[in-house]
Structure formats: structure tokens, C-alpha cells
Design a protein around this ligand. Structure first.
Ligand code: MG
Length: 384
């Protein structure tokens, strides 16, 4: 049995993809981008080296989590080739592998089949990589001006991981002049005279470059498959006062609502619906009424907190629907404002937010105007 290793190259700045953190540490369907590749590689190879920018160490430690003691983290260099060299140097310490996969952390859609195919391809070649045909026409250009046509016959787009017999990769890098620039590791191996072969590539191995690539890859990975619907209910009693606050909108009324916070039943029911969709308890658990901190609190704090918990769970809110139940105040005039405030608080487009109202035909506590109530549902997509 041949021993295997992986060098995961993650030393780039990754700033073009936006999001505040380098792209290799940004969440893709709730998991750091780099972690996707780590999980795939560590299912298959014996040793894993991760090459990072030392400034990113705290991000790396957070991404590695429970895998931390099974990987080796080494500082990378200015250019990608320097980083791969650092990875090779790390593999020279301890038991050297027979085969090594060099993979870019910015390609998180790696699966077991690709790794198996690459390893099998090294039976007959020194180097192997996944590649896809080109479907689009190719042009030579200067800016936006077309200068001519380029033949796509005989051309392939090559992805990573690129797999090598370790000895071949070592000799290839030894032979590569420092500072020389190469298209990829396959080019370095070929420049040293090693033969390379291609295996079928995978659309899911696309490289994350721009911010919009994240949503596209999440779809390709089928990463969001669970639609969870949470429900919430809340009721409060009328009391002294001259206004009520419903779904973030202050409405003049001859009475107020009694409650520890601003007693916004609409947003309380909605907060519970969001918490329900991710199984995170209820509003009382997160904001105990016994805590003086929440006296008179703006319920937007509760709602935004529930939304942030959905995000932490790797989920995203698809749709929310609130029904206010009361005889008075009449909701109709304020419905659009309530909907807009709710959409704003949850950062959702308006069509995905519904606010409506009903009465109970003068029956029950709401009908007798002792208090008012609200119920809500929230639909959340959660990662696999
Ligand atoms: Mg309440």
C-alpha cells in the first residue's frame, strides 16, 4: 500500500471575494472554505500539510477545530511556488510519502472519487490532474476588442488537486529556478521532464474567486437541502399607555401593551419562529424577562439576535410570515410599514416578508380587547 500526503495551499490573501475575511476562511454553507478540502483530504490521505499566511493563524485554528492535532500547519511564501516548496520541505521531515496531492484551498468542492481517480492515475504516470473541456468559444483580445480566434480543440481547463509521485515533485521543484513563474505544479513537473495525465474534472471543483461564486458553489454542492419551518406565538395584555409597537412600528392607541420589553408581539412571535426553525429554544431562554437588562428593550435586538443565530448555524432565512390578531388598533394602514421594517431588520427582500392581520370576531381575550396576540412562521434553509 502506497503512503499518501496532501499539501493544502491556503496562503493567499483572498481579498477579491469580499466578505471581510480571506476567502479560504469564509463560510461556505456554514463551513469555512478551507475546511471542506481538509475534510475531503483527511478521509483519504495519511498526512496533511496546510500552508498558510502566518497572519491568518487564528482563522486557521478556528477552521481546523477538532482536526488541529492531525494536521501540520506551515507558513507559506510570497508566491504560490514558495508555499508549495514549504509544504514539500515539511513532508521531508518524518516519513516521506510515496504520493502527494497539491490542492488549492479555494477549490472546496473536492470529493472522494476525484482523489481515488488521481491516486489510480499515478499507477502509470508521474503526475495527474483533473481537467474539463472548454465549451465556450475562445478569442484573442486587446481589452474588449477581438483580435482573432483561438482553437479550443486540444485545450482543457485544469483544476486541482494535482497529484504526483513524491519523488517526481521533489525533483521537479529542485530543478525549478527560484523566482521563475509557472502556470501550475503540473507545469513544473513537465518542465523537469515528467509525464502528466488528466482525469475527468468536476464542475464542483470550481475556484472561488468572486463573492457571487459562493452562492453558485453552494447550489452545485447541493449544500442546502433542509428546509425547516419554525413557528412562534405570543400574546400581551393591554394596559396604561398611548401607543403600541407592532412589527417595529409605533402606532398611536388609547392604551399601551404591558410587557417587560417594548412588548412587540409580532416580532416576539417571529423571533420564536426563527429560533424554532433551528431548534435554538425560545425568546425567554435567550432574553430572560427576569434580567433587568431587557426592561423596555427594543425587540429589534431579539429579532436580529435570532437572525444571527440562524447565520451561525450556517442557515439562511427564506421567508417569514407574521399574523397579528386583534380587534384594534386597525393594522391595515400600518401593514406596509411593518413589512418594510421587518424586511430591514432581517435584511430580506420585501417579497419574502409577509405581515397580515385578523380579528377573532370579538370572541376570546383578543375579541374583548384584553390583549393582542401574534403568530408567525419562519422558513430557513439549513446546510447538510
Ligand atoms: Mg412577548
Amino acid at each position: 500500500m502506497l503512503s499518501t500526503a496532501a499539501i493544502l495551499v491556503a496562503a493567499g490573501k483572498g481579498e477579491r471575494a469580499g466578505g471581510g475575511v480571506p476567502k479560504q476562511y469564509r463560510a461556505l454553507a456554514g463551513r469555512p472554505v478551507l475546511r471542506w478540502s481538509l475534510d475531503a483530504l483527511m478521509r483519504k490521505v495519511d498526512r496533511t500539510i496546510v500552508v498558510i499566511d502566518p497572519d491568518h493563524r487564528p482563522l486557521m485554528d478556528a477552521a481546523a477545530g477538532d482536526l488541529a492535532d492531525r494536521i501540520q500547519i506551515v507558513p507559506g511564501g510570497a508566491a504560490r511556488t514558495d508555499s508549495v516548496r514549504a509544504g514539500i520541505a515539511a513532508l521531508h521531515c518524518g516519513a516521506e510519502p510515496d504520493l502527494v496531492l497539491v490542492h488549492d484551498a479555494a477549490r472546496p468542492g473536492l470529493d472522494d472519487a476525484t482523489i481515488d481517480n488521481l491516486i489510480r492515475a499515478l499507477d502509470t504516470a508521474s503526475a495527474a490532474a483533473p481537467a474539463l473541456p472548454i465549451a465556450d468559444a475562445l478569442k484573442r483580445v486587446e481589452g474588449a476588442r477581438v483580435l482573432g480566434e483561438a482553437q479550443r480543440d486540444g485545450l482543457m481547463r485544469v483544476q486541482t488537486p494535482q497529484a504526483f509521485r513524491f519523488e517526481a515533485l521533489v525533483r521537479a521543484y529542485d530543478a525549478a529556478p527560484a523566482g521563475a513563474s509557472y502556470e501550475d505544479d503540473l507545469a513544473i513537473a513537465r518542465a523537469a521532464g515528467f509525464d502528466a495525465t488528466l482525469i475527468p474534472g468536476d464542475a464542483k471543483l470550481m475556484k472561488l474567486t468572486h463573492s457571487e461564486d459562493f452562492a453558485l458553489l453552494e447550489r452545485l454542492l447541493g449544500a442546502y437541502y433542509l428546509s425547516c419551518v419554525g413557528s412562534g406565538f405570543d400574546a400581551h395584555r393591554f394596559g396604561e399607555g398611548d401607543h403600541v409597537t407592532l412589527c417595529g412600528v409605533k402606532i398611536k392607541h388609547e392604551r399601551g401593551i404591558i410587557g417587560h420589553s417594548d412588548a412587540d408581539v409580532g416580532w416576539h412571535a417571529l423571533t420564536d419562529a426563527l429560533l424554532g426553525a433551528i431548534g435554538a429554544g425560545d425568546i425567554g431562554l435567550h432574553f430572560p424577562p427576569s434580567d433587568p437588562k431587557w426592561k423596555g428593550a427594543d425587540s429589534e435586538i431579539f429579532l436580529r439576535h435570532a437572525a444571527s443565530l440562524v447565520e451561525e448555524a450556517g442557515g439562511r432565512i427564506v421567508h417569514v410570515d407574521v399574523t397579528l390578531i386583534c380587534e384594534r388598533p386597525k393594522i391595515g394602514l400600518h401593514r406596509d410599514a411593518m413589512r418594510a421594517r421587518t424586511a430591514e431588520a432581517l435584511a430580506l427582500p420585501l417579497p419574502r416578508v409577509s405581515v397580515k392581520a385578523t380579528t377573532t370576531e370579538k370572541m376570546g381575550f383578543m375579541g374583548r380587547e384584553e390583549g393582542l396576540a401574534a403568530q408567525a412562521t419562519a422558513t430557513v434553509e439549513l446546510p447538510r
